[in-house]
Design a protein around this ligand. Structure first.
Ligand SMILES: Cc1cc2nc3c(=O)[nH]c(=O)nc-3n(C[C@H](O)[C@H](O)[C@H](O)COP(=O)(O)OP(=O)(O)OC[C@H]3O[C@@H](n4cnc5c(N)ncnc54)[C@H](O)[C@@H]3O)c2cc1C
Length: 309
């Protein structure tokens, strides 16, 4: 890291040090470009106790281990990683200005790998984190539905989010209960009938308490107490696209950053990859998009100034 940030102009500033941002940093550094990653250490991947669907790790790998390996790989090729939150992003003619920790720096391009934050069920933070670590609370049926095959599952959510999650999980187990966190479900008669035909139980809620047991999580509503092997919140996410929106990037109705086939946003020089872009919220997808973005960044910079050694 240069001590004189105001004189530094990086080829690329990557905002976010999750799988998307770190993959981009590995590619960019190996293209002999100067790259700094900013990360405020809230990667969704860091919550993964052990991933069994990430290719190349037949015995699984924890999210923290994967991230540590990726950080080491990026640093090996010269990427700088800074544990700072970018609070301001501006674009001034051809340069981006970033503010963080009371400092300022400039970059020719910026990659947004800022991800999303899951909305959480009503639990204290320590209880939540313990439940995730022990697999009592899960956020990603695509990732770990296999691990709960034939087990008793709860889905805490309403409307189409809860409806879709419950239906998805039904392909793993017969024992699925959909619980409305705040009260009545927002489901049509046809949707209720569809769930009932699949044998999915519908509980009105509201959820009064969530308690962790040895190998069960107890979810208590106004009328019933359930002991689930795991439960999945289906409460949606906060999309971390505000910095991109601030420089004029277009977003989807959900708040995801719109990109073209090369991960370019609507703002020249600004790219996005990973969960913050609409798509399958998976590590493999974040990595694939980041490789495409980094290559587009390299090629677009080359259009301005041919890269030679
Ligand atoms: C419990 C759980 C289990 C999962 N299991 C799997 C699995 O088994 N397999 C799988 O493929 N996927 C899994 N996922 C999904 C996977 O974690 C995400 O798809 C992946 O982490 C997305 O990578 P990303 O880089 O886009 O975002 P993230 O990993 O969320 O990283 C975004 C980073 O950006 C940083 N950031 C945001 N704003 C700023 C800012 N202004 N300044 C600086 N830094 C900022 C954040 O601190 C964060 O570190 C799981 C998710 C959860 C929650």
């Amino acid at each position: 890291m240069t001590d004189n940030l105001e004189k530094a102009i990086w080829d690329c500033a990557v905002i976010g040090g999750g799988p998307a941002g770190l993959t981009a940093a590995i590619y960019l550094a190996r293209y002999h470009l100067s790259v700094t990653v900013f990360d405020d250490n809230t990667s969704r991947a860091s919550m993964i106790p052990i991933s069994h669907n990430h290719a190349g790790f037949p015995d699984g790998i924890s999210g923290q281990d994967l991230l540590a390996r990726m950080r080491a790989q990026a640093q090996r090729y010269g990427a700088l990683i800074r544990g700072s939150k970018v609070t301001v992003l501006e674009k001034d003619s051809d340069l981006f200005k970033l503010e963080f920790d009371g400092d300022t720096a400039f970059a020719r391009t910026v990659l947004m790998g800022t991800g999303v934050l899951n909305r959480r069920p009503p639990m204290s933070s320590p209880a939540h984190d313990e439940a995730v670590a022990r697999g009592l609370l899960r956020y990603c049926p695509v990732c770990d539905g296999f691990e709960v095959s034939d087990k008793s599952l709860g889905v805490v959510g309403t409307g189409m989010k809860g409806f879709r999650e419950a239906k998805f999980l039904r392909s793993y187990t017969r024992d699925v209960t959909l619980v409305a966190p705040d009260g009545e479900h927002e489901l049509s008669d046809a949707e209720r009938k569809g769930l009932a035909e699949l044998g999915i139980k519908i509980e009105a809620g509201p959820v009064i308490s969530i308690e962790l047991g040895t190998d069960r999580v107890t979810v208590t509503t106004a009328t019933t107490t359930y002991a689930f092997a795991s439960f999945y919140p289906a409460l949606g996410s906060e999309i971390r696209s505000a910095l991109a929106v601030g420089v004029g990037a277009r977003i989807s109705d959900e708040g995801c950053i719109n990109v073209d086939a090369h991960q370019r946003t609507s703002v020249p020089g600004l790219y996005a990859a990973g969960d913050v872009v609409i798509g399958l919220d998976q590590i493999s997808h974040a990595m694939g998009q980041a490789g495409v973005a980094a290559t587009a960044i390299r090629n677009d910079l080359c259009e301005v100034e041919v890269l030679v050694r």
